[in-house]
Write a protein that binds this ligand. Structure first.
Ligand code: CMC
Length: 448
């Protein structure tokens, strides 16, 4: 450990002062007041925006676990109680009654649409579904084994070259609704085209007579000589998954979108970065890893206890993928809904998936085990979603792409909120430097 690193212990403390609107920080003999900010759901935060100016100190918060990066009116999560709401509406109600397109409208405009607004909004998805024909050439440059998240991210960033008029550095809500639809709709087409390229089939173009999810399924699974039969059960299952993935406040991907957008980078560049962040196995890439984990357990005989033992052995460096969450310290409400959806879909399609049995056994074993119970590790959104994708025929490496497609409305709403915010500042965290202290350059021949 470098000599200069010190941890101040007893000389500093933060406590709530007798004034309920202020928190008092004592550093040695000095005391400083900082405002307390209370959200509409009574969440409390200490506003430390003036901390460095007043005290010369910064904060250190690894992984930003205690840091509120913004005020937001989009999504509310109570991780202790397992609550998730978009614009105040419980996600369970939306999953039960809404559609992905209506939920996208809700996230972007902040309210549910009236009938004519919804119709106008939906129509735009058809109008803007095509990507510039020249962009099709990009797909030829990727090898068949290229991961579709890398392709999606590059293609979304490339949209900025083809649609510079949409770069909109001064977003206005009305224009942004159309830009949002363009992006969501084009991402769906890009995702389906990347799959077609991978399997070596000609692209299937979006159709004007199909709604959002059926259109996607048709582009994925129809071919020049066979028409894919779109089943309502499949559409409903995807509808549920898309609604549940549509936003999740300031997670790694969304914070990345805001971070990039805070430099006034355009929406496409910001979302492209969000796709890369989401790709990671600790985040949206976990759905792919869950399926791979279940397949591995299945191939080696299905011994769930042996796998749980391995996860508990810290030297094995193995995690139970699809379990645990930074914010939920209770069952992820999305996982509960998805688990029910899996049952319904598999029964209706008459599919017996041995991976589902393994997943259920893993969940039962983990929820009885003190290792998981004491750490409050429950199934998250990624634990059961892969089983739905498998049942539909969506390949395992496309699972994070499905997540990214569904997350578009949330990212766009968050980007817009950030850019319209009164306190728009470039996001620029500080650090505590722990490297070498000043030393002189030594010419090469004299170095020891
Ligand atoms: N399996 C085994 N142990 C775990 C797991 C897991 N899935 N998750 C957390 N832990 C342990 C961790 O080792 C640590 O133990 P200890 O205190 O003994 O060191 C403790 O639980 C706290 O974990 P953490 O890593 O400090 O928690 P975090 O808030 O930094 O990480 C997480 C959250 C989601 C990255 C983590 O739970 C994880 O890696 N889960 C598996 C990957 C996964 O399913 N990710 C999807 C998350 S939901 C979708 C999304 O992000 O969008």
């Amino acid at each position: 450990m470098p000599k200069r690193t010190k941890i101040l212990k007893k000389s500093s403390k933060v406590r709530l002062s007798s004034n309920p609107k202020m928190a008092k920080l004592t550093l040695g003999k000095e005391a400083y007041d900082f405002p307390i900010v209370v959200g509409t759901e009574m969440e409390k935060a200490i506003d430390i925006s003036s901390l460095r100016l007043k005290t010369g100190y910064t904060t250190l918060d690894n992984g930003y676990a205690n840091t509120g990066s913004c005020k937001s009116a989009i999504t509310f999560i109570d991780g202790e109680k397992g609550v998730l709401r978009y614009r105040g509406i419980p996600v369970g109600q939306l999953a039960e009654n809404s559609t992905f397109v209506e939920t996208a409208y809700l996230l972007i405009y902040g309210k549910l649409p009236k009938k004519h607004q919804f119709e106008e909004f939906s129509k735009k998805f058809t109008i803007h579904a095509m990507i510039h024909e020249d962009m099709k050439n990009f797909f030829n440059g990727y090898p068949a084994w290229g991961h579709p998240m890398g392709i999606l991210s590059a293609m979304v960033c490339s949209l900025s070259a083809y649609y510079p008029e949409l770069e909109a550095s001064e977003p206005k809500q009305r224009e942004m609704g159309t830009i949002a639809v363009e992006l969501i709709s084009k991402v769906r087409t890009i995702a389906a085209f990347s799959y077609k390229k991978k399997i070596g089939e000609p692209f299937i173009y979006p159709r004007a007579d199909l709604k959002f999810i059926p259109n996607f399924l048709n582009m994925m699974f129809s071919s020049s000589n066979t028409e894919y039969v779109i089943e309502d059960d499949v559409v409903e299952a995807l509808q549920t998954l898309f609604i549940l993935h549509a936003d999740h406040e300031q997670n790694c991907g969304t914070s990345t979108v805001r971070m990039v957008g805070s430099s006034m980078a355009n929406l496409f560049a910001s979302v492209s970065a969000g796709i890369c962040a989401l790709w990671g196995p600790l985040h949206g890439g976990a759905n792919q890893k869950v399926t791979e984990m279940l397949e591995k357990i299945h191939r080696s005989g299905g011994d769930v206890k042996k796998f749980i033992k391995k996860v508990k052995d810290r030297d094995s460096n193995t995690r139970l993928m699809g379990f645990g969450h930074r914010v939920y310290k209770n069952y992820d409400p999305r996982a509960r809904i998805i688990k029910k959806r899996v049952d319904v879909l598999l029964k209706r399609l008459g599919i017996h998936d041995p991976l589902l049995e393994i997943a259920i056994k893993l969940e039962e074993a983990a929820l009885k085990d003190d290792f998981f119970v004491s750490r409050k590790l429950y199934p998250n959104v990624d634990f059961y979603s892969g089983i739905i994708y498998n049942a539909i025929g969506i390949p395992v490496d496309m699972a994070p792409v499905m997540f990214a497609m569904a997350r578009m409305p949330g990212w766009i709403a968050q980007w817009m909120e950030m850019r319209n915010s009164e306190v728009l500042r470039i996001n620029r965290p500080r650090q505590v430097y722990i490297g070498e202290i000043k030393r002189d350059y030594v010419p090469m021949g004299k170095r020891k």
